[in-house]
Design a binder for this molecule. Sequence first.
Ligand code: AMP
Length: 193
Amino acid sequence: MQSICVYCGSSNGRQKLYGNIACEFGRRLVERGLKLVYGGGCVGLMGVIADAVLDAGGHVTGVIPESLVAKEVAHLSLTELIVTQSMHERKTIMAERSDAFVAMPGGIGTLEELFEIWTWGQLGLHDKPCGMLNVAGYFDGLIAFLDHSVNEQFLKPVHRARLIVESDADVLLDRLATFVPVQTRKWIEPGKQ
Ligand code: AMP
């Protein structure tokens, strides 16, 4: 594992703790020799984690569509800033450049990115691990819903298990590093359950 993609809020969130943990997570990446890939913004938790990695001497690749550069939210001091034509191209490059994906607290942009990459794994388009850093129980309600989805048999336990949820950064990074993908199929053959 060399590069981690982090999806997180373009806002700071209500509690100062979110920023503190984003900063801490950035430092942990550098300690482990991991590069950060993220959405290239200078705002919210995105800016916090990018600055933390840079301040600790790490490597940050930002991938941002030109429409957001035009709105002046691009971080202009990154190791590398890739400007794309579209959001789709951005997400493809972020996926290709990363060995694992982590969602930290954020809004619908963060959730959309996590769910897309997790879905790509479910469909067998990649076998990289996806994780969630559940800071201060931020994702508790969502995790409860995902377990409800398993109970209602819309989400298979094996696919649910592909999302690694931890509240401790080191435990999460250890689990991502040792993740072994299980070969599964999304679809059940006709006549089999
Ligand atoms: P949200 O969680 O809704 O704040 O959106 C954050 C996610 O969406 C990030 O992981 C980014 O990839 C993308 N995003 C949303 N707003 C911005 C922004 N102002 N600059 C760069 N990326 C953004």
